[in-house]
Design a protein around this ligand. Sequence first.
Ligand SMILES: CC(C)(COP(=O)(O)OP(=O)(O)OC[C@H]1O[C@@H](n2cnc3c(N)ncnc32)[C@H](O)[C@@H]1OP(=O)(O)O)[C@@H](O)C(=O)NCCC(=O)NCCS
Length: 153
Amino acid sequence: MVKLTPLLEDVAKLSVAEQQLPYVGTIDEVLINADENTHPHIVLNDEQVIGIFLIDMLYPQSYEFAESGSLGFRAFLIDQRQQGQGYGGKVMSQLRDYLVQHYPSHHSIYLTVNCKNATAYQCYVKNGFHDTKECYLGGAAGPQHIMLMKLHT
Ligand SMILES: CC(C)(COP(=O)(O)OP(=O)(O)OC[C@H]1O[C@@H](n2cnc3c(N)ncnc32)[C@H](O)[C@@H]1OP(=O)(O)O)[C@@H](O)C(=O)NCCC(=O)NCCS
């Protein structure tokens, strides 16, 4: 059956607050990074698009700290009108099982989060990522915590 859906139109409407742009960029900037090795994943609440993240299969090639066989979690955002309602935490609490299902040959996932981004840091650390206590200094908006989650525990 052929079905038409405005899903991508809704994805294009996702946005974050002006002061959050240094952490993730605009949705156009997120989508331009998607390709065959950097996969966009959409967050739906019921039928509504409320967020997006990228899974980077070549993360260890871009970041020296990442072990080979690991994934990268990038560009996570919940639309600004939906933030602070627990959706980010719910996404993160499902992430390990979701990745094991979709990327079974990868053993772990890394992310970096700006040291000033307390909301995102809390969202990650409360839901399975641990702080490696190392910092990544190559980000455009200042130092970032390097965080890691093992997928097969
Ligand atoms: C980071 C983000 C994805 C979190 O999504 P969210 O739906 O707003 O998060 P939640 O409502 O699930 O809150 C997650 C945790 O953040 C913490 N938190 C919320 N607001 C906070 C604040 N102002 N300061 C510190 N911690 C805060 C809470 O501890 C909460 O955990 P709890 O539910 O156990 O109380 C979202 O805020 C976002 O899109 N931000 C802009 C883009 C961004 O910064 N992305 C991360 C790039 S690394």
